[in-house]
Design a protein around this ligand. Structure first.
Ligand SMILES: Nc1ncnc2c1ncn2[C@@H]1O[C@H](COP(=O)(O)OP(=O)(O)OP(=O)(O)O)[C@@H](O)[C@H]1O
Length: 256
């Protein structure tokens, strides 16, 4: 099968957050939060809107909270430095408006002062083809639909090919068919990576996640209600996901 990643992924570490704490204007979003993301597994984080999922993802990505107080330590289980091993895909696509789609995928190399080699362009184009926006490679982001921009942002994350991937609702703007296709693609391309995926879609979490996490309450706490069996991407009927879906909905309802 064609793969834009001919090399083996670097070893993916576990990620450990200790004593996570976030406060905005006196409101505690979370307090003394502990979380371990197992190495080379997909963890999916669900929770009601505003509970703190994006904030938690940003803390794991090493980003500061604007206008907020953040405390806690984030470390890789193997003890090696973490920041350069993380790819972070934000909720807003954050594409550079003046750069073409292809340049946006390659922007990480450019920002790091690395040369753009022919094989980098080839790899970027292969990923753009995988996410079905290769025809738009020379277009500016403003010419794309929201779903297309999201696919470009996903392509940029995949291009970075890091062992740790943090994604904030990466498939939210996509139609149902494209969403499933890209879930399957991401599972294939990111096998062996340590992934945390924030989603509002319990079925998405059940299809792709090794571990499902819930963030709930105020201040928010982490729960780990289930770890679906069978290898991802799972199928609703074949893998018996519907009862788990109902259970997750119940638990999310209880979280409101
Ligand atoms: N810059 C900020 N200033 C003040 N409050 C903030 C700021 N950023 C986030 N918050 C607050 O922190 C809380 C958590 O926000 P966060 O975006 O992490 O939630 P979320 O679970 O990702 O929500 P959603 O599912 O809607 O994306 C919310 O109450 C939000 O209003």
């Amino acid at each position: 099968m064609h793969s834009p990643f001919p090399d083996k992924p670097q070893t993916a570490p576990s990620i450990v957050l200790t004593g996570g704490h976030l406060r905005f204007a006196g409101k505690e979003v979370f307090h003394n939060l502990h979380l371990t993301l197992p190495a080379a597994k997909w963890s999916c984080l669900l929770g009601p809107s505003g509970v703190g999922k994006t904030s938690l993802l940003r803390q794991l990505a090493g980003l500061r909270a604007e206008d907020g107080e953040m405390e806690g330590t984030v470390a890789a289980g193997d003890g090696a430095p973490l920041p350069e091993r993380i790819a972070y895909m934000a909720q807003q696509d954050l594409l550079l408006p003046w750069a073409t789609v292809l340049e946006n995928v390659l922007i990480g190399r450019k920002l790091r002062g690395e040369p753009i080699r022919p094989q980098d362009r080839d790899k970027a184009m292969a990923i753009l083809a995988d996410v079905d926006v290769a025809r738009e490679a020379d277009a500016l982001p403003a010419a794309l639909s929201g779903g297309m921009r999201q696919r470009v942002a996903l392509a940029r994350t995949l291009f970075e090919d890091r062992p740790v991937i943090l994604m904030d609702e990466p498939f939210s703007s996509l139609d149902a068919i494209t969403r499933r296709r890209l879930q399957d693609l991401a599972v294939r391309l990111l096998a062996g990576r340590t992934v945390l995926l924030v989603t509002h879609d319990p079925m998405e979490a059940l299809r792709v996640g090794d571990d499902i996490l819930l963030l709930k309450g105020s201040p928010a706490r982490i729960q780990a209600p289930m770890s679906p069996t069978g290898s991802a991407p799972r199928q609703e009927d074949r893998d018996g996901l519907w009862p788990l879906y109902a259970e997750l909905l119940k638990q999310l309802g209880a979280a409101a």
